[in-house]
Design a protein around this ligand. Structure first.
Ligand code: FMN
Length: 425
C-alpha cells in the first residue's frame, strides 16, 4: 500500500505540496551580513533535491536591529520594491525551489528573546515586547545572573512600535512574494514576539492589544490581514504556534486564539511548543527506551508509533477545527511514526527538523517502498554538551547544545561536507 506520506496536500490558497513531509524551519546561522548569502542557498539546494513536500526556511528576521542569532538573514530597511533587493532574494528562492519543491519563508521578530548583541541596536539597546517582563531562567543566582547578561529588560511597545513592526512583517512578506517564494510562515511560537503577545504571562497590557485572549491575538491578526492585502491570493500564509498543556489554564485560551486565526483565513498551522525559558521543542526522545523529556504529553506504551512531541494537542485542534491544514513538528524520526500521526488524523503535514539537518534527503528514504520500515528511520543521539557549558541551567544547555550541533551540520551542508549524526563522530 502506498504510504499516506506520499499524498499531495492542497492548501486553501491553491498551493499544492507534492507530499506530506516538510523540512522544518531551522535557523542556519550562516548569513554573515544578514543577507541571503550564497552559502545559505548552497545548503537549501541540498534540501531542494531531498524529496520534501515543502521546505520551510530558518527564521528570517523582519528587523535587522532585532535578531535571534547574529547571523540570521533579515530585512535591513523598509521595502519599497527595490529591484536589487528582490534580485538578491530571488537568487535564494530559485535555489530553494530548484527541483520543484515549494519553499516557504519563516518570518519572525524575536522581541524580548533577542540576545544582547544580536542585531544592530548595540548590546545596551532595548529589546521590544508587549510588556516590560524580563526573561526568567529560574530563581537561582546563576540563572538570574545569566538572564541579565544575555538579555536586557524589554521596553513595552508603544502604538507606534506596534504599527512599525506590523509594517516590517508586511514588507518582509511582500519581498518574499516578489522574490518568488511560495509563501511565508509567521513565527508565532517558541516565545518570540508574536507568542509574547498571545501569552498572558508576557502580555500584561490593558489596551486593545492585551487582556482577553482575543485582544492578545489582535497583533498577529493584524499582521495576517495586512499581509493578505499585499501578496497574491495564491501566496501561502501559514503560522507556527505553541501548543498548551490540556490541563493548563491557557488551554482554552489558546483554542480561542486558534479559532480566530482560522476565521481570518490561515493556510496552514504548524504546532510546536516551548521557548528559551522552557525549551521543550528541542527535547530529545529515545524511542527505544520509551523516555521523553517533553512534559506536555502523557507517556505511552505505544511510543514507537507515537513519537511526535505535541500529538495530543494536535488531535484536539483537529477535533475542533477539522478544516484547518495542520502540520505537526517535533520528534518525528521514522516512517511508522509519521504515518501513524497521519492515519490517526493528528495532522496533515509532518514537520521534520534535526533529521533534515543530518540527512537532507530523508524523504527519499521514507517514501521508498523498497525500504523496510525498520530502515526508514533516523534515530539520533543527544547532541554533545561542551564542557564549559555544564554549569548553565540544564534545560538551556540541552537546547543550546542541540541547536548549536545541528546548526553546525547545516553549515557542513552549505560547504558540501558530509554531515555527522551526534555520537557517530
Ligand atoms: C538548529 C536548529 C534551529 C532551529 N531554528 C528554528 C527556527 O528558526 N524557527 C523555528 O520555528 N524553529 C526552529 N527550530 C525548531 C525546529 O523547527 C523544530 O521545531 C524542532 O527542532 C523539533 O523538531 P525535530 O524534533 O524534528 O528536530 C530549530 C531547531 C534546530 C535544531
Amino acid at each position: 500500500m502506498l504510504s499516506p506520506l506520499a499524498d499531495p496536500v492542497k492548501l486553501p490558497c491553491g498551493l499544492v505540496l507534492p507530499n506530506r513531509l516538510s523540512k522544518a524551519a531551522m535557523a542556519e546561522r550562516i548569513a554573515r551580513d544578514n543577507k541571503p548569502s550564497k552559502n545559505l542557498a548552497d545548503a537549501y539546494e541540498q534540501w531542494s533535491r531531498g524529496g520534501w513536500g515543502s521546505i520551510l526556511t530558518g527564521n528570517v528576521q523582519v528587523d535587522v536591529n532585532h535578531l535571534g542569532t547574529p547571523f540570521d538573514p533579515a530585512l535591513h530597511s523598509e521595502y519599497t520594491g527595490q529591484t536589487d533587493l528582490v534580485a538578491e532574494w530571488k537568487a535564494y528562492a530559485d535555489r530553494c525551489q530548484k527541483h520543484g519543491t515549494p519553499a516557504i519563508v519563516q518570518i519572525c521578530h524575536p522581541g524580548r528573546q533577542s540576545f544582547r548583541g544580536a542585531g544592530s541596536r548595540g548590546i545596551f539597546g532595548d529589546t521590544l515586547a508587549p510588556s516590560a517582563v524580563p526573561m526568567n531562567l529560574g530563581d537561582g543566582l546563576i540563572e538570574r545572573l545569566l538572564a541579565c547578561l544575555v538579555w536586557t529588560t524589554p521596553r513595552e511597545m508603544s502604538r507606534a512600535d506596534i504599527e512599525g513592526v506590523i509594517r516590517q512583517f508586511v514588507d518582509t512578506a511582500r519581498l518574499m512574494a516578489d522574490a518568488g517564494f511560495s509563501g511565508v510562515e509567521i513565527h508565532g511560537a517558541h516565545g518570540y514576539l508574536i507568542d509574547q503577545f498571545l501569552n498572558s504571562k508576557t502580555n500584561l497590557r490593558t489596551d486593545e492589544y492585551g487582556g482577553t485572549p482575543a485582544k492578545r491575538a489582535r497583533f498577529v491578526l493584524e499582521i495576517l490581514t495586512e499581509i493578505r492585502k499585499v501578496v497574491p491570493a495564491t501566496f501561502c500564509i501559514g503560522i507556527k504556534l505553541n501548543s498548551a498543556d490540556h490541563s493548563s489554564a491557557t488551554f482554552e485560551e489558546t483554542m480561542t486564539q486558534i479559532g480566530l486565526l482560522v476565521d481570518a483565513g490561515i493556510d496552514f498551522m504548524e504546532i510546536s511548543g516551548g521557548s528559551y525559558e522552557d525549551p521543550v521543542m528541542m527535547a530529545h526522545r529515545d524511542p527505544q527506551n520509551e523516555t521523553s523529556e517533553v512534559n506536555h504529553e502523557p507517556k505511552s506504551k505505544r511510543t514507537a508509533a507515537r513519537e511526535a512531541f505535541f500529538l495530543e494537542f494536535a488531535k484536539e485542534v483537529r477535533k475542533r477545527y477539522p478544516g484547518l491544514v495542520l502540520m505537526l513538528t517535533g520528534g518525528f524520526r521514522s516512517r511508522v511514526g509519521a504515518e501513524s500521526a497521519i492515519r490517526d488524523g493528528a495532522c496533515d503535514l509532518v514537520g521534520i527538523g534535526r533529521p533534515a539537518a543530518v540527512e537532507p534527503g530523508f524523504p527519499l528514504r521514507l517514501l521508498d517502498e523498497s525500504i523496510e520500515d525498520e530502515e526508514a528511520v533516523c534515530y539520533l543521539n543527544k547532541a554533545p554538551t561542551p564542557f564549559y557549558a555544564r554549569w548553565l541551567p540544564r534545560a538551556l544547555i540541552g537546547a543550546g547544545a542541540e541547536s548549536s550541533y545541528y546548526a553546525c551540520q547545516i553549515q557542513r551542508l552549505a560547504k558540501g561536507l558530509a554531515t555527522i549524526a551526534p555520537g557517530l563522530s
